[in-house]
Design a protein around this ligand. Structure first.
Ligand code: VGL
Length: 210
């Protein structure tokens, strides 16, 4: 990891998990894998960001107002909570997005911190220039975030074992992964990240889990 990296966990919220308002099939399966990354990165003091869809009750994003989605992740509703199994470390910075009634809020790059700082500005201020990205959903928020981050000049690595897609049309998820790759995103999985870190001699072996 030559560049200064951050981990971005995208929209691991109850409404995107089985039983939620807009479930991604097997969406909750990203949770244990993300926990491994969270532990590994947090041990090395890599900053962690967690984005969330944070919609108003009425939004053009929703079917009733002309959008394509059932209402989901409404601000303050239980479905907008992060999955309770996700072990976000102390100091995780929450990025909210989709907060105005006209905004789809797919890209976390358009999100802001609690006090209104745009995410991209914060990354630059913290001198972070590589994002490791996992979460939901591969073919919407993950894809839009990754493509925009690349356009903004950040290096991006997609954690392919820690993302799941909606697949409105079969194959959307695979196409999204291809599109991100073509745009310049790297892709990796946990065992490679861990081996790379250990080979660098930069990291202590991760503590045993479970
Ligand atoms: C998302 C569909 C609608 C996502 C958000 O988080 O990927 N997908 N809104």
């Amino acid at each position: 990891m030559q560049r200064r990296a951050a981990l971005l966990v995208i929209d691991v919220q109850l409404d995107f998990c089985p039983g939620g308002a807009l479930p991604v099939s097997n969406g909750d399966q990203v949770v244990p894998v993300l926990n491994l990354y969270l532990e590994l990165f947090n041990m090395r003091s890599v900053p962690v960001f967690a984005s969330r869809d944070w919609h108003p009750e009425h939004s053009k994003h929703f079917k009733e107002q002309g959008g394509i989605w059932p209402p989901h992740c409404v601000q303050g509703s239980p479905g907008a909570d992060f999955h309770p199994g996700l072990r976000l470390p102390k100091g995780t910075i929450v990025i909210s997005k989709g907060m105005s009634s006209w905004d789809n809020g797919y890209s976390a790059m358009q999100g802001t911190t609690e006090n209104g700082t745009p995410f991209a500005m914060l990354l630059r201020r913290m001198e972070l220039d590589r994002l490791y990205v996992g979460g939901l959903a591969t073919d919407y928020c993950v894809k839009e975030t990754v493509l925009e981050a690349l356009k903004e000049g950040f290096a991006v690595t997609v954690l392919t074992d820690a993302v799941r897609g909606v697949d409105v049309k079969p194959g959307d998820t695979e196409r999204a992964l291809q599109e991100m790759r073509r745009a310049g995103a790297d892709q990796t999985t946990f065992s490679s990240v861990r081996s790379a870190l250990l080979a660098d001699g930069e990291a202590r072996p991760p503590a045993r889990t479970g």
